[in-house]
Ligand binder design. Structure first.
Ligand SMILES: [Zn+2]
Length: 320
């Protein structure tokens, strides 16, 4: 069994290599000039999905296109440039019915569209960063069209990176909601997994929850574990983090040591929780009696970090 590494490897959505060039965003003519340039690579999102091409070996490529006149009437944002002076990337948000396409699926006319959740783990580093950033930005704009101070409709500025209220001049920046997610391990090196309400029958995962106002990350870990399963923890240790723009989270991964093992489940939140030994977990995953999160998730990486190596579990949604 491999020794546990100090941090989580292979976090699918933390690999982005896009160079964001934040210093360019303030140029009010930037988007117009990029949309005039046929070498600009436009990522068109339609309800969170974009054109993709599946390749041999399971890899997926995003189906960028050149700018089209319709982009000028849509929400667009400058995402950045490929590293070392490569192409510029622009997000264009369309709604179903006004989509202008992209790469066609093999043998078909209509492009195949997929969202980040479906393809994020199968993209290369550049495409993973582009789609993760585009998804988070589009989600924020789609949900924050009105000023939180006065209720007026706001307008995008800074090449799509802020919204401004024309009534009072206030500026609003994209939000990211921190959430903690943690492997809890007892003194016998057993891992705690739980099934939340709404999970599929065989689905279990590590615990997670949002950080509350006025709370540190380690305090949020201790509070969530105690609230959900009644266990006290100590030695809260950071292992890694990744953006999770569904719609706007940043998942911050920890491991913590349990100082008690009796489980008292939170009603209406947790349906089942139990401690697993390694052999027991491997057997349950292999015979299908336990389903764990897919490779795109930090939950999967936390379980594998405890286990000591990658688990050969089928890609399955935990949600019923
Ligand atoms: Zn306002």
């Amino acid at each position: 069994m491999a020794r546990a590494a100090a941090s989580l490897p292979s976090l699918a959505l933390s690999r982005g290599s896009l160079d964001r060039h934040g210093e360019l965003r303030g140029d009010p003519g930037l988007l117009a000039s990029l949309l005039d340039d046929p070498t600009t690579r436009v990522l068109e999102l339609v309800d969170g999905r974009t054109a993709v091409t599946e390749e041999d070996g399971g890899r997926v490529r995003l189906g960028y296109r050149s700018p089209v006149p319709e982009d000028r009437d849509r929400f667009t944002a400058y995402l950045g440039h490929a590293p070392t002076g490569g192409a510029a990337y622009v997000l264009s948000v369309a709604h179903d019915g006004s989509a202008t396409g992209g790469t066609s699926a093999p043998g078909g006319d209509a492009p195949q569209r997929q969202g980040l959740r479906g393809v994020g783990a199968r993209l290369d580093d550049l495409d993973a960063g582009v789609l993760t950033t585009a998804t988070g930005l589009a989600n924020w704009h789609g949900r924050h069209g009105f000023c939180p101070l006065c209720g007026s409709p706001t307008t995008p500025a800074q090449s799509g990176w802020i919204r401004v209220c024309p009534a009072d001049g206030s500026e609003h920046y994209p939000r990211t909601d921190p959430a903690v997610i943690m492997s809890v391990v007892d003194e016998n090196d057993r891992l705690l997994l739980a099934r939340g309400v709404g999970f599929a029958a065989q689905g279990m995962s590590v615990l997670a929850g949002f950080v509350e106002p006025g709370e540190s990350l380690s305090a949020a870990v201790a509070r969530e574990v105690h609230e959900e399963v009644g266990v006290r923890v100590t030695d809260v240790t950071y292992l890694g983090d990744q953006p999770w723009p569904f719609p706007s989270s940043l998942m911050i991964g920890f491991t913590a040591r349990a100082v008690s093992t009796e489980l008292v489940l939170q009603q209406d939140e947790i349906e089942e929780a139990r401690w697993f030994e390694r052999e027991e977990l491997a057997r349950a995953v292999a015979d299908g009696s336990l389903r764990i999160s897919g490779r795109i998730s930090i939950a999967r990486r936390l379980i594998e970090h405890w286990y000591g190596e990658e688990l050969d579990a089928p890609e399955a949604s935990l949600r019923a």
